[in-house]
Every structure is written in C-alpha cells, then in structure tokens.
Design a protein around this ligand. Structure first.
Ligand code: FAD
Length: 322
C-alpha cells in the first residue's frame, strides 16, 4: 500500500511544488509505515524523475503518453485511478493549483473519497485524520476530519520547507486504458508565461496596484523586482485595466502565492486581494494612505508616494548588493 502523489512537470523539469507534495506524502507514509508512489504523466527524462527519490518517493509510476504533457482532466483522472488501484492507495495527494483543483474532485467522486482542498498541515492522527485549511478567503481556519476510507488531499504550495535526503526511486511504466472521452478536449495552443521568475514558484514578489497610476509606471515595479530577483504580480483592477497580463493577478479570483517576501505597492489590501497573498511569510506594504487596510496584514510598512519610494528602494538594494 502506498500514498500516491501526482507529479507535475513543465518543459522537462519537475515543478518545485511537486517536490513539496512528494515530501508531504512521505511524511504521511512514514506515520503509516507505508511507502510513496509518485505518478508522472507524460514525457519526462529519467534524470529529471530520479530527483523524486530525494524527497521521499520509493517508486515512480510513469505513463509515457506525450498527450499527457498538457492537462487533460479526464485522462489524468483515469491514470490516477489506475495507479491508485495498482498501489492500493488510501491517500492521494495533489497540489492545490489549476491542475489539482481540476482533477482532485473527479478522483474523489470516483473513489467515494473525502476531499480536503488546500491543506495547510499534515493530518493529525490523534484527532482521526484532521487537516487544517484556510476558509473565507483566508480569514479563518477550518480543521477537517476526513472519515472516509480513501482520502484525497490538495496541498497548498509553499506550506512546508523542502529538504533533500538520500533516496532513490525505482521507475516503472504504468499501462493505462484510456476511454474515448479521456482526450475529448483539444489543446490548441499553450501560451507560455514570459518573465524571469515564475510567479507561482517565486520566493520574492513585488506587486503593484492601482496606486501605480498607470502602466507607464510599471518599470518601477520591474526595476525593483529585477534587483531583488523577484517575480512581479498585481491586483485585479490592474489586470482588468490591461496594465498587466491576467496571469499576474493574485487574490480570490487570481493566483494564490506564498512567497517568503511579498512587497505590496499601491494596493489597498481588500480581502479579495489578501486571499491570494496572506500566506506570505513577510509582507511589506508601501502606500500613501496610512489608513490603508493592507498595513494591518503587513509586517512592515512604508507610508508615502510609491513613485518616489520605489526608485529609492531599488537604488538601495543595488547599493547593498555591491
Ligand atoms: P485600490 O483599491 O484603488 O487601491 C489603490 C491603493 O493605492 C490605495 O490604498 C491608495 O491609498 C494607494 N495609492 C494611491 N496612490 C498611491 C501612491 N502614489 N503611492 C502609494 N500608494 C498609493 N482584487 C484583487 O486584487 N484580486 C482578486 O482576486 C480580486 N477578486 C475579487 C473578487 C470579487 C468577487 C470582488 C467583488 C472583488 C475582487 N477584487 C480582487 C477587487 C478588490 O475588492 C479590490 O477592489 C482590489 O483589490 C483593489 O485593487 P487596488 O488595491 O489595486 O486598488
């Protein structure tokens, strides 16, 4: 019996959050005295796959069908069900991202399993199988006790610190019989996100809101991000106004990020925005209004005009690096 974990990869590399999922699965398996089987869907080299052993996978099941390089929720579900049956898995882990959110409910329904979406803790076995998760856009926490035989969990990215250990995983090819509807969706085009640092995986993020006044001032955000080696993000009105592309918008209706440092510039701190960023380890707020709600959620604050502060901050970072 193994804890099964879905691994995501892009352009030949496993995503950092998948290592987190494998490590999380390994912690659960350790408590159960079971093992971890990682499921890799699509084409990925043995070299890339071997890294999974260092985070606790004993076995990797690979379905080397190149169509699975893109998300096909039905086909992913079929593959996960096949792997879960083979491994006798009672716990199935995915990341709480676009893929995990599309696939986990389907898997849970098929297996009559309880689903915890957006887990923030390991299961507390002393209290049954109780997992902490955020609710009401991060305003409160719920402790969900999963009583079903099979359990499906999507793990919030950046919840646990990654640590490598010695470990090697065996690789097995898994045969899956896909049904006629499994690839019913045609992926016509994949738009790759441009940018030096991928927002979802960034440790440092510089984010701008309507306080930046217009797209012509965005260079100030980019300059600071470049000096820090950070990704850039924005509030929803900024994306709605096409100052920035929509994939940069964070919050309730955008991406959820949990970087080590989130610098919020000219963003008021509405609850819908905070929902996507309040898991950040340290939040720095720059706003000209001392009453801006974001200051309550921030660890550090600077009251002042962003257009004046940003160039000075960028220059200070540059000087510090020299
Ligand atoms: P504003 O609210 O206009 O705030 C601008 C801030 O900039 C102010 O605090 C102001 O003091 C400051 N400022 C102005 N000039 C300067 C200056 N020169 N220097 C420094 N500071 C300055 N929003 C999201 O961000 N993400 C979401 O996912 C999201 N989802 C939503 C879902 C729903 C259902 C709804 C109803 C709303 C959602 N919103 C979301 C919108 C959200 O409620 C806020 O309207 C939005 O976050 C405000 O964006 P903002 O802070 O950039 O703009």
């Amino acid at each position: 019996m193994s804890v099964l974990v879905l691994v995501e990869h892009t352009e030949g590399d496993i995503k950092k959050k998948s290592f987190e999922a494998v490590q999380y699965a390994a912690e659960i398996a350790k408590a159960d005295g079971s093992g971890v089987a990682a499921l890799v869907l699509g084409a990925l080299s043995e070299d890339a796959i071997s890294a999974l052993g260092e985070y606790g996978a004993q076995k990797v099941l690979q379905v080397s069908d190149a169509r699975l390089n893109d998300l096909h929720a039905r086909a992913y579900t079929t593959a996960i069900l096949t792997a879960a049956q083979k491994e006798g898995s009672k716990v199935i882990i995915m990341m709480h991202d676009v893929n995990g959110r599309a696939v986990a409910p389907r898997v849970a329904v098929k297996l009559n399993a309880g689903l915890v979406s957006g887990a923030l803790s390991l299961p507390d076995k002393a209290k049954g199988f109780t997992i902490k998760k955020a609710v009401f856009s991060g305003k409160a926490f719920a402790y969900v006790n999963v009583t079903s035989d099979v359990k499906v969990i999507t793990l919030m990215p950046n919840t646990f610190q990654l640590s490598k250990a010695d470990g090697k995983a065996t690789i097995e090819q898994l045969q899956v019989s896909f049904g006629p509807k499994d690839f019913g969706v045609t992926v016509k085009e994949v738009n790759k996100v441009k940018g030096e640092v991928l927002l979802a995986e960034a440790e440092l993020v510089v984010s701008g809101g309507r306080g930046l006044k217009g797209p012509e001032n965005w260079g100030l955000i980019e300059d600071l991000a470049k000096e820090l080696g950070a990704a850039t993000a924005c509030s929803r009105p900024v994306a709605d106004a096409h100052w920035r592309p929509h994939h940069e918008h964070v919050g309730q209706t955008g991406g959820t990020i949990r970087p080590n440092l989130y610098i919020a510039v000219g963003i008021s701190g509405a609850i819908q925005h905070l929902a996507g960023v309040n898991g950040s380890k340290t939040i720095v707020v720059i706003n000209k209004d001392p009453e801006a709600p974001f200051f309550k959620a921030g660890n550090y604050g600077v009251v002042g005009d962003a257009l004046e502060i940003l160039p000075r901050l960028t220059a200070a970072v540059k000087k510090f690096k020299e």
